[in-house]
Write a protein that binds this ligand. Structure first.
Ligand code: K1U
Ligand code: ZN
Length: 167
C-alpha cells in the first residue's frame, strides 16, 4: 500500500473532469486501497481520485467514529435528492480552511464497489454532505466554488503565498 500525494488548491489539475471506470481490474483495487490509506492518514472522512491526480470516477468515504466503515463508490450517480441543509465543510486539498455550504439534505446514490458489485445508499447528515463534496471533485468542482468571489480570491492568495513560502 502507498500514501498518495494530495493536490492543493488552486492546482489546475483539481479542475479536470474524471472519466468513468470501464473495467474492474487489480489496478483499480490497488488504487482504492491506496486512496483509503491516504484518507485515513490525512486524516479525512473522504477522498476523490481527482485529489490524488487520478482522473477516474472513484471515491472513498468513511464517516464512522471507529474508522472501520469504508464506502467505495465507483462511477457514482445521484438518483434522488431532497431538501436543503447547510454544513461546515473542509477539504484535504484546502488544508486549514472550513466554510459553510448548502447542499441537498438527503440523497440516494447508485455506484459500484471496486469489485464491480452494484451499491445503492440513501444518506443524510455528514455522509450525504461528503458524497456530494466528493462527487463535485470528480467534475472539477470544489467547495470553495460555492463561496463568494471575494472569499475565493482571498483564499487563492493565501494558498499561493503558502506555496511560495514552502519553496
Ligand atoms: O474531499 C476531501 O477533501 C475530504 C474532506 C471531506 C469532507 C469533510 C467535511 C465536510 C465535507 C467533506 C475531509 O475529510 S476534510 C477533513 C475533515 O473534515 C475531518 C478530518 C478528520 C476527522 C473528521 C473530519
Ligand atoms: Zn475535498
Amino acid at each position: 500500500m502507498a500514501l498518495l500525494p494530495i493536490l492543493e488548491y488552486p492546482d489546475p489539475r483539481l479542475k479536470k473532469v474524471a472519466a468513468p471506470v470501464t473495467s474492474f481490474t487489480p489496478d483499480l483495487v490497488r488504487l482504492v486501497r491506496d486512496m483509503a490509506e491516504t484518507m485515513y492518514a490525512a486524516p479525512g472522512v473522504g477522498l476523490a481520485a481527482t485529489q490524488v491526480d487520478v482522473h477516474k470516477r472513484v471515491i472513498v468515504i468513511d464517516v464512522s467514529e471507529t474508522k472501520d466503515d469504508l464506502l467505495v463508490l465507483v462511477n457514482p450517480e445521484i438518483v434522488a435528492a431532497e431538501g436543503e441543509a447547510e454544513c461546515e465543510e473542509g477539504c484535504l486539498s484546502v488544508p486549514g480552511y472550513y466554510d459553510k455550504v448548502t447542499r441537498a439534505a438527503r440523497i440516494t446514490v447508485q455506484a459500484r464497489n471496486e469489485r464491480g458489485e452494484p451499491i445503492e445508499r440513501t444518506a443524510e447528515g455528514l455522509l450525504a454532505v461528503c458524497i456530494q463534496h466528493e462527487m463535485d471533485h470528480l467534475i472539477g468542482k470544489m467547495f470553495v466554488d460555492y463561496l463568494s468571489p471575494l472569499k475565493r480570491a482571498r483564499l487563492a492568495a493565501r494558498q499561493r503565498k503558502k506555496q511560495r513560502l514552502a519553496g
